[in-house]
Structure formats: C-alpha cells, structure tokens
Ligand binder design. Structure first.
Ligand code: FES
Ligand code: FES
Length: 155
C-alpha cells in the first residue's frame, strides 16, 4: 500500500510521519510515536479509553484514520498536564481516590478538562454528560463525579 506523509502538531511539537492509508491514529500514537496515555480498550468507539483532544475537541482516536490527522492539532494527556484545569482535576482525583486501576483515567481527565475549559460552573447533569462516553469498570463513578464537581467549585 502506498504510504502517505502526514504532519500534525502533537502536544505542541510538529510530527511528520509516513503512514498507511488504513493506519488508525490510536495505533500510530502508541506504537509509532510512543505516546501511551490513550489506551486500547474496545477499539470500536464505545469506551473512551483512547480519548485525545483533536482540534480543540475530544475525539476517540480508535475511530480516526491517521491520515485524517494531517494538519491537525492533537493533545494527549502527556501534553494536557500543564493546562490549569487538567492540573486541578488531577489533584482532586488524587485526593478523592477517584481511580482504581486507572485505565480509564486519561480519557476521563481529558473529557473533564474539555468540559471545564468551556464551562467552569457545570451542573451535575452537565458533569455526567461530559463523561458519559468514558466507561469506568472500577469506581461506580461516584468519586469521579465528586472530584469533577469539587474541582469546578475550587474546593
Ligand atoms: S478504544 Fe476507542 S472508544 Fe474504546
Ligand atoms: S479506574 Fe479502572 S476503569 Fe476506571
């Protein structure tokens, strides 16, 4: 298959890479670029463990062809760590023991960051909606929702 050269910004650094037309962005990030925060979960758009921010919005990288990222701006948790809301959320999740195995954590934190960057005073319902696409198999969600609420309230 003919390779395509694509270029995108990843966590503020320009990346130029050759990909196959059917390469999946999640695989390129993890296997070719060594970016491990997006996780391989269901691999079909259901669980949110592969969440990244693409052109300012959360996206499931298992559903994105790498060629679609040509010219895009991508942020993974590795690059979001310095964003103020991401830092506040991480601190609060840690305090509340809001994760157990942590497999869902990067996706949840990015979805929560997206919400709070757009709406710093979300309702309980908006908080639930923001992470509705991120499955957590361990926590039952209560500590996750409490951590998000407390981060938003600056408690
Ligand atoms: S691995 Fe992408 S949504 Fe589950
Ligand atoms: S903490 Fe284990 S899946 Fe969420």
């Amino acid at each position: 298959m003919k390779k395509h050269n694509i270029e995108f910004k990843l966590n503020n650094e320009t990346v130029s890479i050759n990909v196959e037309p059917n390469d999946i962005l999640l695989d390129v990030l993890r296997c070719k670029l060594g970016v491990k925060s997006p996780k391989v979960g269901c691999d079909r758009g259901d669980c949110g463990t592969c969440t990244i921010i693409m052109n300012g919005k959360t996206a499931r990288s298992c559903l994105v062809l790498a060629v679609e990222a040509d010219g895009a701006e991508l942020v993974t948790l590795e690059g979001a760590n310095s964003r103020p809301w991401t830092k506040k959320l991480q601190k609060k999740f840690h305090e509340k023991n809001a994760f157990q195995c942590g497999f869902c954590a990067p996706g949840v934190i990015l979805s929560a960051t997206e919400l709070l960057e757009k709406n710093s005073r979300p309702s309980k319902r908006e908080i639930k909606e923001a992470i509705a696409g991120n499955l957590c198999r361990c926590t039952g969600y209560t500590p996750i929702l409490e951590a998000m609420e407390e981060a938003a309230r600056g408690k």
